[in-house]
Design a protein around this ligand. Structure first.
Ligand code: UP5
Ligand code: MG
Length: 197
């Protein structure tokens, strides 16, 4: 995909920072196509005949990162499908890249990201949200044990990705501690400044 043709924004932030919640609003107002790497992996895990089902299941429960080949292929296919079926050219890639190797590979073989939207939220708040959601979500990783592992992976492996983009001046950072509406207002304001539209 050519970056002159296709716009990609990475949406990053810790587990429960509100990536999905904010992406839904951006889709509603700006007609982005939202691709959550986690959602694509969960769908692949449940797809009959998938050779990666067990691998994905194990990684998600342990808050570990699925090998990049699997995730990059799922994202690339989803982008191609979306472009073919709806002609869309603007993508929010949510929860990816969460490891340096993924970031470099995706930008090399798929498309460079225009910028990185980073939701910053204290761990205590994220934990509260995930435990609350865990009462009804049915997500295999919304339990205290998996949440602890997800936080650890986020700090050790995923924050370096944000730092990398920060050095390149491509990060738009939004505090996501307040209400979804307030976070969204801040998102709109900062994106407007960064994208100039
Ligand atoms: N909520 C949201 N915003 C709120 C606010 N402002 N105030 C109060 N409550 C708020 O929100 C989480 C919960 O908080 C919801 O109940 C929401 O209502 C509430 P959500 O918008 O879902 O947050 P999000 O950041 O999307 O949280 P999520 O749990 O999806 O984050 P993760 O990054 O942990 O999950 P993801 O699905 O991206 O990844 C899951 C796993 O997949 C990873 O741990 C990993 O094992 C694997 N994975 C890979 O291996 N590779 C990848 O590239 C991606 C994922
Ligand atoms: Mg999410």
């Amino acid at each position: 995909f050519s970056p002159t043709d296709v716009t990609v924004l990475f949406v990053l932030g810790g587990p429960g920072a509100g990536k999905g919640t904010q992406c839904a609003r951006l889709v509603r107002d700006y007609h982005f196509t939202h691709l959550s790497a986690g959602d694509l992996l969960r769908a692949e895990q449940d797809r009959p005949g998938s050779q990666y089902g067990q691998l994905i299941r194990d990684c998600i429960k342990d808050g570990a990162i699925v090998p990049l080949e699997v995730t990059v292929a799922l994202l690339e296919n989803a982008m191609r499908d979306a472009i073919t079926s709806s002609g869309t050219k603007k993508f929010l890639i949510d929860g990816f890249p969460r490891k340096m190797d993924q970031a470099l590979k995706f930008e090399e073989v798929v498309c460079p990201a225009k910028l990185v939207l980073f939701y910053d939220c204290p761990e205590a708040e994220m934990e509260k949200r995930l435990l609350e959601r865990g009462k009804t979500s049915g997500r295999a990783d919304d339990n205290a044990d998996s949440i602890r592992k997800r936080f650890r992976t986020f700090i050790e492996t995923s924050m370096p990705v944000v730092d990398h983009y920060e050095k390149e001046d491509r990060v738009v950072k939004v505090d996501s501690t307040s209400t979804p509406d307030e976070v969204y207002a801040a998102t709109q304001e900062k994106l407007k400044k960064a994208l100039g539209d």
